[in-house]
Design a protein around this ligand. Structure first.
Ligand code: SF4
Ligand code: SF4
Length: 147
């Protein structure tokens, strides 16, 4: 398929919290992210891993409360580690599988009210954000530049 988002994509988070709650899911953490989040919480990494994560097929994912809320979500539905958010959370909804087709993007929009609204992202920005090899600092800079 050609680049279906040649005119760019719109997205602006409404802070609804849907993507941090609800149906069971996985938030994968790299080793660096595990350390960064442990530091942000003021915990030794071993304790952070024990209290906030689970091992799934050899990979580390954040744990959820029984109702599906991420354990790092605050009572007012904010991320308690906003400054060191996992890449997966930072880049949502510009995940490669969600920008792969209009259908996938539209499907994500059924749960994320920010999709197709607000801030415009150029196609090259979408490409950079959805590329897993892009350093998170560059992605954060793109988002900051949109505020
Ligand atoms: S579901 Fe979309 S709008 Fe709601 S918090 Fe997540 S990214 Fe923001
Ligand atoms: S780490 Fe933060 S942004 Fe990611 S799911 Fe948990 S609360 Fe939401």
């Amino acid at each position: 398929m050609g680049n279906w988002y040649a005119d760019g994509l719109r997205f602006e988070c409404t802070q609804c919290g849907n993507c941090c709650t609800g149906d069971p899911g996985f938030v994968w953490l790299s080793a660096k992210e595990q350390q960064q989040i442990a530091d942000a919480l003021g915990l030794p990494v071993a304790e952070f891993l024990l209290r906030y994560t689970r091992l799934v097929n050899g990979r580390i994912s954040l744990r959820e409360h029984p109702n599906g809320d991420c354990m790092l979500l605050t009572e007012d539905r904010r991320c308690s580690v906003n400054g060191v958010k996992p890449r997966q959370c930072l880049t949502f909804p510009f995940w490669s599988r969600l920008v792969a087709s209009p259908e996938a993007w539209e499907g994500a929009g059924t749960r994320c009210p920010g999709i197709d609204k607000g801030v415009h992202y150029k196609p090259e920005e979408v490409d950079v954000i959805s590329d897993l090899t892009t350093p998170k600092e560059i992605i954060a800079r793109i988002f900051r530049g949109k505020r």
